[in-house]
Design a protein around this ligand. Structure first.
Ligand SMILES: NC(=O)NCCC(=O)O
Ligand SMILES: [Zn+2]
Ligand SMILES: [Zn+2]
Length: 509
């Protein structure tokens, strides 16, 4: 398999890179075109990066590049709602930047991702500018969420600026990582209120950070310093508690909530309960939570065990199956990756103390294949469901549908062609991430993404990547997605119910 993209580490320029196929007119012929609500056999015609027509038979001239998709699925490119490219760990920076991470994504059928911007010294503006710079080398489209780590008038004003001028429509709050980025209930409440007023989606990393801190100290006292201590120190109950708390506070404020990386039955059941009661809560499992179990953390080889350290931890067998079932029944709505790539040398920072192992696993390249294999091949979901969970629902939640997440006239030409009769194999040797390891090493499955088209250009074909830095665009996302529809009515009903204060007589003296 050729690895034909330019490596930022060895100094690249446009001329050194594989050039992206330049034909501005493409016809994808005879495939099964799948959208979230419908599938049919047909042709897709693309001009200048936009889908122009989707019809049973489209005739074109000689100047059009034709791709035969007979017997294959033609679907919207994946959108990964949760990545950390070029991301700051506590003591080290992840190895995949906006070029290598995106190249890997494209090889795996993902054509857009939404990354988390960390503020710089508490400043959202400085954080945004830093990520704008990091993302200059992008070879696919991307958007940003913004992390909130402190609260004051400046942060509140900057949130407004991010939404009104910078195209950000979601803010993330860490309920864990005590002493680093963890926020308390008071800040979470302020943040939820501000999000509501801006029509921005509040997102939470839901673990009880105080209890995690306690759990970590206990493990070290017991002499459990290896990667298994990571799982033992932050059990599912702490994820369930924080998820429940965030859900209740969002309910109190009457604003939608997005729970990132749902890893446990405990958290999933809180989301199920809230959704059943009518609350607008979105649950995002990630591919590692669907595909792996915690037993790896007990592996006798440190390097092997450490590569599975992420937070919340990958759980015991049984949680994976429950999360899959929750996806198939609509309790959970979309799948992310939380791609945060730290290599073996970086993971070895925690050789004597699991608390120092950088948190994060790969997934940006593997998500689309694994979700197909685990969910579609197993018969748990339909092909239309697959499109919804990997692309369309993300586009809807972050208000970029139908520009993204659909194969419709007028949509961006971000498309994959998947051959259900072919197979994939995952290895660190052949993957496109800069990581020297892969948590899915050796995994095989059915269904292979043979072609990826991003912005109307064929960037992955015949196991070859043809990408160039600078081709990706920043996608601005506007506030007030469908999740906000009608919320004001609930507020009005509540306010009306307060209009009749109780008339009390004063006690006679
Ligand atoms: N998840 C993880 O372990 N690392 C990335 C940061 C986060 O999302 O918590
Ligand atoms: Zn997180
Ligand atoms: Zn994350």
């Amino acid at each position: 398999q050729s690895n034909q993209f330019c490596d930022a580490g060895i100094g690249y320029g446009e001329s050194a890179c594989g050039t992206q196929i330049s034909s501005s007119k493409l016809l994808i012929k005879g495939g099964t075109v799948v959208n979230a609500h419908h599938q049919h056999i047909g042709d897709v015609y693309i001009e200048d990066g936009i889908i122009v027509a989707v019809n049973p038979h489209i005739r074109v001239g000689d100047d059009v590049t034709v791709i035969d998709a007979t017997g294959k699925y033609v679907m919207p490119g994946g959108i990964d709602p949760h990545t950390h490219l070029d991301g700051d760990g506590v003591s080290t920076v992840s190895v995949d930047d906006f070029f290598s991470g995106q190249a890997a994504a494209l090889a795996g059928g993902t054509t857009m991702h939404i990354d988390f911007v960390m503020p710089v010294d508490g400043s959202l503006t400085a954080g945004f500018e830093a990520y704008e710079k990091k993302a200059k080398k992008s070879c696919m489209d991307y958007g940003f969420h913004m992390v909130i780590t402190k609260w004051d008038e400046t942060v509140s004003k900057e949130m407004e600026l991010m939404v009104k001028e910078k195209g950000i429509n979601s803010f993330k709050f860490f309920m864990a990582y005590k002493g680093i980025v963890m926020i308390n209930n008071e800040l979470l409440l302020e943040g939820l209120k501000k999000c509501k007023s801006l029509g921005a989606l509040a997102m939470v990393h839901a673990e009880n950070g105080d209890a995690v801190d306690e759990g970590q100290k206990k493990m070290i006292e017991l002499g459990i310093t290896g990667p298994e201590g990571h799982a033992l120190s932050r059990p599912p109950v702490l994820e369930g508690e924080a998820t429940a708390r965030a859900i209740r506070l969002a309910n109190f404020v009457n604003t939608p909530l997005y729970v990132v990386h749902v890893m446990s039955i405990d958290a999933m059941e809180e989301i199920a309960k809230a959704r059943k009661s009518g609350q607008r809560v979105i649950g995002e499992p990630i591919v590692s939570g669907l595909a792996l179990d915690e037993s790896w953390l007990w592996h006798p080889d440190f390097e092997t065990a450490a590569k599975y350290v992420m937070s919340p931890p990958i759980r015991k067998r049984g949680h994976d199956k429950a999360l899959q079932a929750a996806l198939s029944t609509g309790i959970l709505q979309l799948v992310g990756t939380d791609h945060a790539a730290f290599n073996s040398t970086q993971k070895a920072l925690g050789i004597d103390d699991f608390r120092k192992i950088p948190n994060g696993v790969n997934g940006i390249e593997e998500r689309m294949h694994l979700v197909w294999d685990i969910m579609v091949e197993s018969g748990q979901i339909s092909v239309t469901d697959y499109v919804r969970l990997t692309s369309t629902e993300c586009a809807r939640i972050f208000n970029i549908y139908p520009r993204k997440g659909a194969i419709l006239p007028g949509s961006d030409a971000d498309i994959i062609i998947l051959n259900p009769n072919s197979s994939f194999e995952i290895t660190a040797k052949s993957h496109h991430s800069r990581l020297d390891t892969n948590v899915y090493e050796g995994r095989r499955g059915k269904g292979k993404i043979e072609v990826t088209i991003a912005g109307g250009r064929v960037v992955w074909e015949n196991n070859e990547l043809k990408v160039a830095p600078g081709a990706g665009r920043y996608i601005q996302m506007s506030p007030f997605s469908y999740l906000f529809d009608g919320l004001d009515k609930k507020d009005a009903i509540y306010l009306n119910s307060l209009q009749a204060p109780v008339k009390r007589t004063k006690p006679s003296t």
